[in-house]
Design a protein around this ligand. Structure first.
Ligand code: SF4
Ligand code: SF4
Ligand code: SF4
Length: 274
């Protein structure tokens, strides 16, 4: 299977949220009504954050201008990193890469430890307390492995989302950045070409990474700590074996003796073994 990617072009996104709905519908994710969703927060973003049942949202970074507002939208979902911190952090191998680059959680193996939650530089995986499992976008692998585009891409009415061969998506993104620069968007940039070994969601950020809330040069966090712990664990196990061997060596000539109890005098006596 060829390496594939989603491409998101912020300059074409109208924040219609069709992709959010398609994700919920295809993946059968419930969307409970909550009064919090309707609280005015000085932003039109809804819902406010990802969740165990919400694997994609369009983030709004509204910028007040002298006249009007700059609407800086950004797709917030898994980036399907080549160097995936979540995968490295998982102690039971529940997270893996598919051949096309999609990073997928195997729910049967997930033990709900939340190492992946702590390690993802983009704060993507979300833990479900009731199920004690962690969830995130799986790039609709059921669809892509059958030759279809992910549900979010299929529904996008403006072609802000596209899906295909990763090299082709990068080519389209480069072309688009050139067009945007020529049209006066000097800060237009590509995101995902090299970050974390290359992402499988490529972004065209027409007002620059910062305006769209993207982390420049993202780093792997807790995973480093976990990777550091793995050799320590091996050293600890080796030290335990050595310690047991040493104890055995020191005690090899030791005889415990025979204990006897005299009920009449309520005393215990030890007889040395010859
Ligand atoms: S469906 Fe397309 S235009 Fe609508 S919010 Fe999603 S990416 Fe933007
Ligand atoms: S964005 Fe986070 S959850 Fe997605 S592959 Fe990268 S590290 Fe894993
Ligand atoms: S690829 Fe599939 S699971 Fe991921 S955000 Fe799009 S619709 Fe949701």
């Amino acid at each position: 299977m060829a390496e594939t990617a989603i491409m998101y072009d912020s300059s074409k996104c109208t924040a219609c949220k069709g992709c959010q709905v398609a994700c919920k519908q295809w993946n059968q994710l419930p969307s409970p009504l909550s009064s919090e969703l309707f609280e005015y927060t000085e932003s039109f973003q809804a819902p406010r954050d990802l969740g165990s049942n919400t694997w994609l949202i369009i983030n709004f970074s509204e910028e007040d201008k002298e006249i009007g507002i700059d609407w800086n939208f950004m797709r917030n979902s898994c980036f399907h990193c080549t160097d995936a911190a979540c995968e490295m952090a998982c102690p039971v191998g529940a997270i893996s890469h598919k051949d096309n680059g999609a990073v997928v959680i195997d729910q049967d193996k997930c033990i709900g430890c939340r190492y992946c939650v702590a390690s993802c530089p983009f704060d993507v995986p979300r833990w479900d307390e009731a199920k004690n499992k962690t969830f995130k976008c799986w790039q609709c692998f059921d669809r892509t492995s059958a030759g279809r585009a992910p549900a979010c891409v299929s529904t996008c009415p403006t072609d802000a989302l596209q899906f295909g061969d990763r090299a082709e998506m990068l080519g389209l993104a480069r072309e688009r950045v050139s067009e945007l620069k020529a049209a006066g968007f000097d800060k237009a940039e590509i995101y995902g070409e090299d970050e974390l070994g290359g992402l499988h969601t490529i972004v065209v950020a027409h007002r620059g990474l910062e305006a769209h809330g993207l982390i420049r040069d993202p780093k792997i966090g807790l995973t480093d700590f976990w990777q550091f712990l793995k050799p320590l664990g091996a050293i600890g196990a080796g030290a335990t074996v050595l310690g047991l061997g040493f104890s055995y060596f020191m005690a090899r000539d030791y005889d415990r003796g025979e204990y006897s109890y005299d009920e009449a005098t309520d005393t215990v006596s030890v007889k040395e073994v010859e």
